[in-house]
Design a protein around this ligand. Sequence first.
Ligand code: HAM
Length: 426
Amino acid sequence: MTETSSFRAPKGVPDYLPPVSAEFVAVRDGLVHAARLAGYGHVELPIFEETALFARGVGESTDVVSKEMWTFADRNGESFTLRPEGTAGVMRAVIQHGLDRGALPVKLCYAGPFFRYERPQKGRYRQLQQVGIEAIGVDDPALDAEVIAVADAGFRALGLDGFRLELTSLGDETCRPQYRELLQEFLFALPLDEETRRRAEINPLRVLDDKRPEVKEMTAAAPLMIDHLSESAKSHFDQVLGHLDALGVPYVVNPRMVRGLDYYTKTTFEFVHDGLGAQSGIGGGGRYDGLMAELGGQPLSGIGFGIGVDRTVLALEAEGKTAVTGARVDVFGVAMGDLAKQRLVAVAGQLRAAGISTDLAYGGRGVKGAMKAADKSGARFALVLGDREVAENEIALKDLGNGEQRQIGLDDVVDQVSAALASQRD
Ligand code: HAM
């Protein structure tokens, strides 16, 4: 009996189904591969952590912490939160397991779901997928450039090119407090509404991110961090740019960039794609030199990025490209008759054991329907077997690209199909 289910996925939470799921996997794995090429090791961390970790790590004044966390009490009344981002959890794990006492930098990579209670729309989900990397323990501008270059290379290897890298420096512990005062002085002289004034008190940088035209106009002449960097922060930033030039990574300096998380210091960056509408950020990151100490560890520096896999998939789609190479299967088997079916099931097992992806037509839907399914599968070859051919120990190998068909020996299928696939690849 079939009944339409009234269950639906939670609002703003995507399902990943074929064929889009293949695109999703190709994008995620492509980005992870770029990190592997630079020596980042895999970490698999908890989906939920103590709520206080994010409050302390990401910052109480951020939207992420104050409005978007999925927080719940466990059966003991302890407060936990579904991870809204990856950096705080990585730092917690590094401190907990003493990785910071070993060889530095600690270079880690992760991929998986994150949770933010945002208003859902295209490219903005309540369960989102990121690939991220973190390089912890060395404050070297070359490492900043490496992290940025890994993201850039990851996008390009997928075929994406309609994006730009924006970066700036948010200063260090000496120039940041001074700049904060300077910016507050400027903001407090403006006729700001009550709420914006309060924001200027807690985190004045956020006011520069205000999208309202009247506020934008008022803050157009605000002092910018990049013009007030300490000697060492400026030198660090200049070196990062120098390394990016040498790496051939194009960028634009955007001194008004404001990130949504509070832990950033010095180099911060965003990858922006214009094909996505409002949700244009396909990835972002930066240095977080105070985070480890804030979470109770040693005063070590760090830098990393998080790339939105969902948005990268949409960006590729907007460029009319695909990251998927190859079809769902290489070979599709069609049997006519019971004896043929029995034999073909075994042949499929042999092909798969030899590493050749194989699917079969199931259910008795006739040759026409089965050949349609073969075409739809995207397979390069069909194997067509009838009861008479079983007796003759033969099977038909059909090239689904050009329609050519020939008989091959049934005992020789694996070798013949391997050879046919290899000759197509050449
Ligand atoms: P983030 O900028 O908050 O940074 O997120 C990184 C990326 O995740 C964004 O650029 C975007 O592509 C994607 N993303 C964020 N929210 C959503 C959403 N609601 N729906 C779909 N995609 C989304 C971080 O999370 C930092 N932990 C990155 C980092 C690592 N910084 C240093 N290390």
